[in-house]
Design a protein around this ligand. Structure first.
Ligand code: CA
Length: 264
């Protein structure tokens, strides 16, 4: 399945098309005048045309609003740090973990996020919880790019999406959902990819996930999971898709143990 980054496209009339249509409007006007139609019929036709134009404008406004209302607020970091909070676990507090928004070569728009640390560290940025229902399907996506000097500690996940699964105000049973670099989906602990070489060009991490039973809200987060240096992220989206959309199967390895011991 192909996912379009921009779900809707706006068509702006070009100057040439405006010039092309303007004489046609005049022609139609003359045709109406010369048609000999009774005035009330002409008026009726004009009113219908105006209603059609009004509905067209309303449709465009509705489409614009849908495109602007991402489930993850400020998903493209165009409003700076608004809506995002950094989370640094105790074991990484002395690694100078840092989150800011920069304008250097974003994936889209003018800005993107930068997660940076002086040493190998595990830390993330999170957005507000989104109400969901069990069984719903969501397409999750983010674009990431690592600074050429950045690296992931060997045998660690590197950079991952974490979906914090919650029931009420407590963690949902079964652990959170992770999508690792390479699009491996797992529960409770992120998958360690075969290669933890971080991409130095904009690369997408994506999957379609199903909300597990007992989950009523999801907290989207991006995590540097034992990386060092600067990693950039942009357009982090969580979009509800039709329940018939195929779910990315949970990653399974018959031989490799989990990277982090299961605690639940
Ligand atoms: Ca952006």
């Amino acid at each position: 399945m192909t996912w379009n980054k921009e779900p809707f496209m706006y068509v702006q009339p070009s100057e040439s098309s405006k010039n092309r249509y303007a004489p046609d409007s005049i022609k139609i006007g003359w045709w109406l005048l010369e048609s000999g139609l009774p005035w009330h019929e002409m008026k009726h036709g004009c009113v219908k045309l105006m209603r059609l134009a009004y509905l067209l404008v309303l449709s465009c406004v509705a489409i614009h609003n849908v495109a602007a209302d991402s489930l993850v607020p400020n998903s493209g970091f165009e409003d700076g740090l608004t809506g995002w909070q950094i989370f640094i676990p105790d074991e990484s507090k002395d690694k100078n973990c840092h989150f800011d928004v920069v304008s250097t070569e974003p994936y889209s728009g003018l800005n993107c996020a930068r997660l940076q640390s002086d040493d190998f560290a595990r830390f993330g940025i999170g957005s507000a919880f989104i109400p969901v229902q069990a069984g719903e399907h969501y397409h999750v996506s983010v674009w990431i790019k690592a600074d050429p000097t950045a690296q992931a500690r060997p045998k660690t996940p590197g950079f991952v999406i974490r979906l914090y699964l919650r029931q009420g105000t407590a963690d949902a049973a079964g652990g959170h959902l992770f999508i690792s670099y390479g699009n491996a989906v797992s529960r409770n602990t992120p998958v360690v990819p075969e290669s933890t070489t971080l991409p130095t060009t904009w690369t997408q991490i994506e999957a379609v996930i199903e909300i597990p039973p007992g989950v009523d809200s999801v907290g989207p987060a991006l995590f540097s999971w034992w990386t060092q240096g600067a990693i950039y992220a942009d357009d982090f989206s969580l979009d509800k898709v039709d329940a018939s959309t195929a779910v990315t199967p949970l990653w399974q390895s018959p031989t490799t143990p989990p990277a982090v011991p299961t605690t639940k």
